[in-house]
Design a protein around this ligand. Structure first.
Ligand code: PLP
Length: 497
């Protein structure tokens, strides 16, 4: 190999190494000022980015930079090139999907986590990260009113979490040894099946794809008039499958489904799981956080019997993406499903289970210091502060729901147990479903084009439904009143068009 000529010290300083600490200080102050200005004016941007596909890509050079560029220019390109292509999830007008907040303390936590740049794969690779994760998740457990013992670990997303839960459920099947031997080419492995309602999140189905049980491995169970899993149908399905030689292994219940935020009857589902020896996973990615407000704790009824449970602080606990909490009563089973320790990761303190290595509870080896931002959010707002904020969002959600119920030309499409309202315009005398779908789609597009608000939709029993999902800390009653006025104006404009 060719040997490179050494640089003199001046050349070395400019051609190798990191940004000088004093430059970092200068640009760091600029970036913090930028963030503070952004957070104070985020409501002024069009919530939904108005760029066309390819606009951002075409504004960027196709080739990588060969020579160093000045930070001033890089930062100015953030404003000039990237900001037009940002949809502002931190805006008070963001009410699509689920409203979220990257709060001030959470952003500061992310900044520190970036600076420390630790990888929390093993306890020894930063004991503070593993131990803070355990303490923070035990605090959250207490805030949610869940009993001990409950082992917690933070993943990137609930989608990863449900995959891990179902992998553990598969591992818990006593006689199949799928971890070691796989499933393909084994005639002795029966068809495996797990269950969730038709309203469960798509990640529940995706997990089946990854785990090799296939989409057909998930049997979707019907829902009642309030979009909750029908427990009698669940039990019938399990019995039918057993009679057909299929092996049921898990049920996924949801507290706060994605479309309507319905709450499955977890206590009754837990009864069924216990009767048939099935792993119960509860997806509380959205709704679980509400239990921080004591009067909302009943939404988690029965979850103390779940084998695993997910709550996403990056949805409704004001923590910047990504931060999804995975709890389990059976950490040994999750570990048995995933732990694989090569020589280079072995160390003395892990031999006797003295400390957990959080890499053992999922597929990722590398783990960001995610507990830091959650810890800062929990300390900065406190339990009461978090509860008050959740309560206010629920109040605003109920405020909209009442307006919808009172308006002759709008109708609610589902109950509103949290802060997400499902509704549509339904002018008197217009009953053709295709016309109603087109009308509501046009109303939503009109709202989104104003840039003041961003709404998204779903379909409920085949009917086009607009959703208003309140979860941003900057959203006020005045925003909600303005949105309601804009919706009425949009309906009138569409009817007059
Ligand atoms: N579960 C529910 C009920 C959801 O609504 C969502 C996303 O909206 C998810 C799971 C997936 O969450 P994540 O983005 O953390 O994978």
């Amino acid at each position: 190999m060719q040997e490179h000529t050494p640089l003199d010290s001046a050349q070395q300083a400019s051609a190798t190494g990191d940004m000088h600490p004093e430059d970092f200080r200068r640009y760091g102050h600029q970036v913090v000022d930028w963030i503070a200005d952004y957070l104070s004016s985020v409501g002024d941007y069009p919530v939904l980015s108005q760029v066309a596909p390819g606009d951002i890509r075409h504004a960027l050079p196709a080739q990588p930079p060969e020579q160093p560029e000045a930070m001033e220019i890089i930062l100015s390109d953030v404003d000039r090139v990237l900001m037009p292509g940002i949809t502002h999830w931190n805006s008070p007008g963001f009410m699509a999907y689920f409203g979220i907040t990257g709060s001030g303390p959470g952003i500061l936590g992310e900044m520190l986590s970036g600076a420390l740049n630790i990888n929390a794969m093993l306890w020894r690779t930063s004991p503070a990260a593993t131990e803070l994760e355990q303490v923070t998740l035990d605090w959250l457990r207490q805030m949610l009113g869940l009993p001990r013992p409950l082992f917690g670990v933070i993943n990137d997303t609930a989608s990863s979490g449900v995959l891990y839960a179902l992998a553990a459920a598969r591992e818990a099947i006593p006689d199949l040894h799928i971890r070691q031997q796989g499933m393909s080419g084994r005639s002795e492995v029966p068809r495996l099946r797990y269950y969730a309602s038709q309203e469960a999140h798509s990640s529940v189905e995706k997990a089946g794809i990854v785990l090799g049980v296939g989409q057909a491995g998930l049997r979707k169970i019907g829902v009642d008039s309030e979009f909750r899993l029908d427990v009698a149908e669940l039990e019938r399905a399990i019995q039918e499958d057993i009679a057909a030689g299929i092996r049921p292994f898990a049920v996924v219940a949801t507290v706060g489904t994605t479309s309507t935020t319905s709450i499955d009857p977890v206590p009754q589902i837990a009864d069924v799981c216990e009767r048939y020896g099935l792993w119960l996973h509860v997806d509380g990615a959205y709704g679980g956080s509400a239990a921080v407000a004591p009067e909302m704790r009943p939404v988690l009824a029965g979850c103390e019997r779940a084998d695993s449970l997910i709550v996403n602080p990056h949805k409704w606990l004001f923590t910047p993406i990504d931060c999804s909490v995975f709890y389990t009563r059976k950490p040994d089973v999750v570990k048995a499903a995933f732990s694989l320790v090569p020589e280079y990761l072995r160390n003395a303190e892990s031999m006797g289970d003295e400390v957990p290595n959080l890499m053992d509870y999922g597929t990722s080896l590398g783990r960001r210091f995610r507990s830091l931002k959650l810890w800062m959010v929990m300390r900065y707002f406190g339990e009461e502060g978090l509860a008050a904020r959740i309560r206010e969002h629920i109040r605003l959600g109920q405020f909209v729901a009442r307006r919808v119920d009172e308006a002759p030309d709008f109708e609610r499409m589902a109950p509103t147990p949290f802060s997400t309202v499902c509704f549509r315009a339904h002018p008197r005398g217009m009953d053709d479903e295709a016309a109603l779908e087109s009308l509501n789609e046009r109303i939503m597009n009109r709202i989104n084009a104003t840039g003041h608000f961003f709404l998204s939709h779903t379909k409920l029993r085949g009917k086009y439904t607009i959703r208003i999902a309140i979860g941003n800390l900057r959203t006020t009653e005045q925003d909600v009143r303005n949105l309601w006025q804009e919706l009425q104006d949009a309906l009138n404009a569409e009817l007059a068009a």
